[in-house]
Ligand binder design. Structure first.
Ligand SMILES: NC(=O)c1ccc[n+]([C@@H]2O[C@H](COP(=O)([O-])OP(=O)(O)OC[C@H]3O[C@@H](n4cnc5c(N)ncnc54)[C@H](O)[C@@H]3O)[C@@H](O)[C@H]2O)c1
Length: 257
């Protein structure tokens, strides 16, 4: 690896990235960061209108397109997102499996079965389905990097969020396993564990009061999507060429307690 000065504007030039859930929050910040670094970016999101609006806004200065509506909890949706990226830009170098939902706030003994199924299908199976179709394309190319978006709740419990916590722990294990399997083929797979980040998901999810959440973070504030996107961009970049199969916190000190 060379140690020339980093050029943010060209760091991802010639690369194609797929970002699930890229229409909002952390995913949107990742789309903006990768596009600013010169990548061609495909946004795959359940909210197709918002994804299209983002793509149109960024298209003036970057190569950003949105797929038709994609549900990551449907394997056919994940497959079509990968196919769309390859058909549009000819290859797939980078993938961020980020789409996720919160689910209701209920203790395990009262958690609705339907809600469990939906959170697991989106937040855990969605990441598996994404990798299921991304990995063969990248393996055939002999290069590629994936970041899966877990959470601080990929390593900590959180009362009232059994499905979310189980799914996010699962994402960490899935990440490590795929990294072991595909390292010999030149691929890297990592996970990130954000603390509580100010996004629409947080606003919509029933959770403790804002001040209580802030108090859990020693830095005395919640995180911003751009702070997560910066770590994801690093993990996707060649600067992280020996970082593989690991889980990286970006949580203002939450997990240090
Ligand atoms: N906000 C936080 O505090 C926080 C903390 C840790 C981890 N995360 C994780 O970060 C990821 C992004 O969350 P966010 O806070 O940016 O949320 P967000 O609600 O702002 O964005 C999520 C995006 O995913 C899309 N999406 C949801 N379900 C989908 C599906 N089935 N198929 C396709 N797209 C779907 C939504 O339309 C939305 O555009 C999630 O995996 C979340 O669990 C968030």
């Amino acid at each position: 690896m060379s140690h020339n000065a980093l050029d943010y504007a060209t760091e991802f030039s010639g690369k194609t990235a797929l970002v699930t859930g890229g229409a909002s929050g952390i995913g949107l910040a990742v789309v903006e960061r990768l596009a600013a670094g010169g990548a061609a970016v495909v946004i795959a999101d359940y909210n197709a209108d918002q994804a299209r609006t983002v793509a149109e806004r960024l298209a003036a200065t970057a190569k950003v397109v949105a797929t038709p509506r994609i549900d990551v909890s449907d394997p056919a949706g994940s497959e079509s997102a990968v196919t769309f990226a390859v058909e549009t830009f000819g290859r797939l170098d980078l993938a961020v499996n980020n789409a996720g939902i919160g689910g209701p706030a209920l203790p395990t003994g009262e958690y609705e079965i339907e809600a469990w199924d939906k959170v697991i299908a989106t937040n855990l199976s969605g990441v598996f389905y994404g990798m299921r179709y991304e990995l063969p394309v990248m393996a055939a190319q002999g290069s590629g990097a994936i970041v899966n978006v877990s959470s601080i709740l990929g390593t900590n419990g959180f009362a009232g969020s059994p499905a979310y916590v189980a799914a996010k722990h699962g994402v960490v294990g899935l990440t490590k396993t795929a990294a072991l399997e595909y390292a010999p083929q030149g691929l890297r797979v990592n996970a990130v564990g954000p603390g509580f980040i100010e996004t629409p998901l947080l606003a919509e999810t029933p959770a403790p009061e804002h001040e209580q959440l802030v108090a859990l973070h020693p830095q005395g504030r919640l995180g911003q999507s751009e702070e997560v996107a910066e770590l994801i961009a690093f993990l996707l970049s060649d600067r992280a060429s020996f970082v593989n199969g690991s889980y990286h916190l970006v949580d203002g000190g939450y997990s240090a307690r």
